[in-house]
Design a protein around this ligand. Structure first.
Ligand code: ZN
Length: 297
């Protein structure tokens, strides 16, 4: 299990074993994939007759085949709607079929309308017996405070290297370690970096800019690559920041020079987030890096 070594899953497992499960749990953290993976592992432990995801008991077999009749997952479409809330209210009254509890799992509740949230608030205030609500969100500010106050909260944090690697067993060590170094231990961030082997391409571009940006001649070619995609551009900025930071105190560039370059990288990040044209941001950024390097030569 990916979250096996985390305090969050250890606490949850203890709660399962002691039978002390709150009627509403809210898993929150900035990364959706991490949030939903921790929930899945919690549910695997929770439903298992032996509380260790033995994979052999009836409940585990139903979990693996995604046919557990007591696990209801919402939203049914893209985002949580009033129709989902109505279905929950109806369904929550029906007793669990196979297990001691029924779990109503609402993914990414932040992506929902206020009216849908208001609708489920009532049932959260008076939850039926033998029903547990599990909610995930990457943005607690988008959840009604009245819902937040009804839930026990579980913070989903970044994973350590080995735990994250466990999730991405099929990714080779070199690619994984490069990605972990740059993106840290959130599963969604890591996954998007692996899609289509993009991480290599992006980190090569960052390498190129870091090592070979020496005259204004290179600006046009690097800039045209940078402005192709907003997310990739942001990742390059992050990689460049790490690279420049790693030079601090090494007497290759002065610390002041590095600080100014990092400031430019952050400025570019803010501009991209504020939807300034990528072409303008990349041209300016590369020009600034060149100038700063020249001044401190
Ligand atoms: Zn089991």
């Amino acid at each position: 299990m990916t979250f096996e070594k985390t305090q969050a899953l250890k606490n949850l497992t203890n709660a399962i074993i002691s039978g002390d499960i709150p009627s509403a749990l809210l898993f929150y953290g900035e990364d959706e994939l991490s949030n939903n993976t921790l929930v899945l592992e919690f549910l695997q432990m929770f439903f298992c007759e032996n509380h260790n995801f033995c994979k052999t008991c009836e409940s585990c077999i139903k979990m693996i085949s995604k046919s557990n009749p007591d696990l209801l997952i919402f939203p049914k479409n893209e985002s949580f709607q009033v129709a989902d809330a109505n279905e929950i209210i109806e369904n929550a009254q029906i007793s669990p079929m196979l297990n001691a509890y029924k779990v109503i799992y609402i993914k990414n509740l932040d992506k929902s309308t206020e009216s849908a949230q208001n609708k489920i608030l009532k049932i959260l205030e008076e939850p039926p017996k033998r029903v547990i609500f599990v909610i995930t969100t990457s943005k607690t500010s988008a959840i009604l405070p009245t819902i937040l106050s009804r839930c026990n909260k579980v913070c989903v944090e970044e994973l350590d290297y080995n735990s994250a690697k466990e999730y991405f067993k099929n990714i080779d060590d070199e690619t994984f370690s490069e990605a972990y170094k740059n993106f840290g231990g959130f599963l969604g961030k890591l996954e998007s970096s692996f899609l289509g082997g993009k991480i290599k391409e992006i980190s090569n571009l960052a390498d190129d800019i870091f090592n070979n940006l020496k005259s204004s001649k290179e600006i046009i070619s690097y800039s045209s690559k940078l402005c192709k995609n907003k997310n990739d551009f942001l990742i390059v900025l992050k990689i460049l920041e790490n690279k420049f930071r790693s030079l601090l105190g090494k007497h290759i560039l002065s610390n002041l020079c590095i600080a100014e370059i990092i400031e430019e990288l952050n400025k570019a990040k803010r501009e991209i987030e504020n939807n300034v044209s990528l072409g303008i941001v990349s041209d300016n950024l590369l020009m600034q890096i060149l100038q700063i390097k020249f001044i401190y030569k």
